[in-house]
Design a binder for this molecule. Structure first.
Ligand code: NAD
Length: 449
């Protein structure tokens, strides 16, 4: 099987082909072939040429600073002891502490985490958020363990990470398979490791916490909300009327569901959705709120009464104005790029479009709002949460949303202007802007010693 023939069936990277257990409802096997980190390195090189980046800066950014792999034991409910493999990659901390999500998924690999960590470096630089880039995860299926097992896995990993994380050093957040509950367990574990006198000062060790435990209003929806601010700017730029338009969404978790709910208020109708359990269509439009509640209760879109089951190919062929990939990387390859019948793709997920797919889409005149821009609302509001923790403040949702809107709108315009002025695609523009900002600091500070 070639990756570009069917990205959905050839998720992931570098190691030799291996069969990985899939979530219930799926009989597919994940073959590991797609090299996500190499793809991100190629994007870095392309953007570096665009801005004539100094070679020493490109060299430093081509690999992460630190790569940590931890094998840790956890006692399962059955009494059996299972070994888990956890990762934390710290790509760059020139602009501030390492920052990035924790992914719990059976396909997590070191190379994927490296790619995602690098993308966090670009994202924070693009958004002018004073953080660097990091990412982590544990290779397992969180749906296959009990809640108490999940808690023990999370706490044991946090403990094993020890001083490799910290509110001024490396700050995890939710990603695929993790949520505010995971962050509450991580924060609690960390705060119990620093001694009673320091407990109150380390809330900022993670972001995306529940609001009562020091999280911020507006964080749960922030990534979807940020993508919506980008879509609104795109619509203005193209004189496109969002009211009465249609969208298809792949991945109905944190990012995809909030995106659909918020866009429904602007008159955008979600007519097809998909997740790890399958795909559904409803030409009349789904009730995004109800579908979000369903997924919250049942763990997936499977069994939702308001839609008809379709195949993955039928989903990608469904005509809509906007396509929002909000699941995993490497979902849009050559075939999907040919099947898609849309005006614009907003990359809620990280790396959903592979280079072969992107080439076809750009040739076909489909606009792509790249991940580094489109899903940066999450890390931006994470920064607001971290600032509130430092100052012992609680901002209103209006304050958070207002700041996010200004940040997203500015970044959108900068990317669009750069792309137009330099005749490059928007992904290259977003990378180029980020790299220039990092380069400016390296030029001033130079290399130690
Ligand atoms: P999530 O776990 O809440 O949701 C993931 C969704 O993807 C689920 O609906 C799941 O069923 C679906 N999915 C998983 N495997 C799939 C498959 N093989 N085919 C189709 N669908 C599949 O995760 P999330 O936080 O919403 O993250 C989704 C994407 O957005 C990821 O790429 C993540 O890195 C990116 N992202 C998330 C945030 C954030 O704040 N959570 C911020 C920036 C980027």
């Amino acid at each position: 099987m070639k990756p570009s023939d069917s990205p959905s069936e050839t998720l992931k990277t570098s190691t030799a082909p291996s069969a990985i257990p899939m979530p219930p409802g799926s009989s597919r096997t994940i073959i590991k072939e797609y090299d996500f980190f190499k793809v991100v390195q190629d994007y870095l090189d392309r953007a570096a040429r665009t801005v004539d980046l100094q070679e020493f800066v490109r060299t430093i950014l081509s690999q992460p600073k630190n790569e940590l792999i931890i094998n840790f034991p956890v006692r399962m409910d059955s009494g059996e002891v299972r070994l888990f493999k956890g990762y934390r990659v710290q790509h760059n901390n020139l602009l501030g502490p390492f920052k990035g999500g924790m992914r719990f998924h059976p396909s997590v690999t070191l190379d994927d985490v490296k790619a995602l960590a690098a993308m966090m470096t670009w994202k924070c630089a693009l958004m002018r958020v004073p953080f660097g880039g990091g990412k982590g995860g544990i290779k397992f299926d969180p749906h296959s363990v009990s809640k108490s097992e999940l808690q023990r896995i999370t706490r044991r990993f946090t403990h094993a990470l020890g001083e490799n994380i910290g509110p001024e050093y490396d700050i995890p957040a939710p990603d695929v398979g993790t949520n505010s509950q995971t962050m509450a367990w991580m924060m609690d574990t960390y705060s119990n490791m620093v001694g009673a006198a320091n407990k109150q000062t380390v809330k900022g060790v993670v972001t995306g916490k529940p609001v009562a435990s020091g999280g911020t209003l507006g964080r749960a929806k922030a990534t979807g909300q940020g993508a919506v601010f980008c879509i609104v700017e795109w619509a203005k730029e193209k004189a496109f009327d969002l009211e009465g338009s249609t969208m298809t969404v792949q991945g109905f978790g944190n990012v995809g569901s909030h995106l659909a709910v918020i866009l429904s208020r602007l008159g955008v109708s979600t007519i097809a959705v998909g997740d790890h359990s399958g795909y559904l269509v409803n030409p009349e439009g789904f009730n995004a709120h109800k579908l979000q509640d369903w997924v919250e209760e049942h763990g997936s879109i499977a069994g939702y009464p308001g839609g008809k089951a379709i195949t993955r190919e039928e989903f990608f062929r469904t005509k809509a104005d906007i396509f929002a990939p909000c699941a995993l990387e490497n979902q849009i390859g050559e075939n999907e790029a040919k099947w898609l019948d849309c005006k614009m793709i907003v990359e809620g997920a990280n790396g959903p479009t592979n280079p072969a797919g992107e080439k076809i889409l750009l040739e076909r005149g489909v606009d792509i709002l790249p991940d580094v821009l489109a899903n940066s609302g999450g890390v931006t509001v994470s920064y607001y949460e971290w600032v509130q923790n430092k100052r012992s403040e609680s901002w209103t949702e209006e304050e958070v949303d207002g700041k996010l809107e200004r940040a997203m709108t500015r970044a959108y315009r900068e990317v669009a202007d750069f792309a137009r002025q330099n005749k490059v695609d928007r992904r290259t523009a977003a990378y180029a802007l980020a790299l220039s900002r990092i380069e400016a600091v390296y030029k001033e500070r130079e290399i130690f010693p």
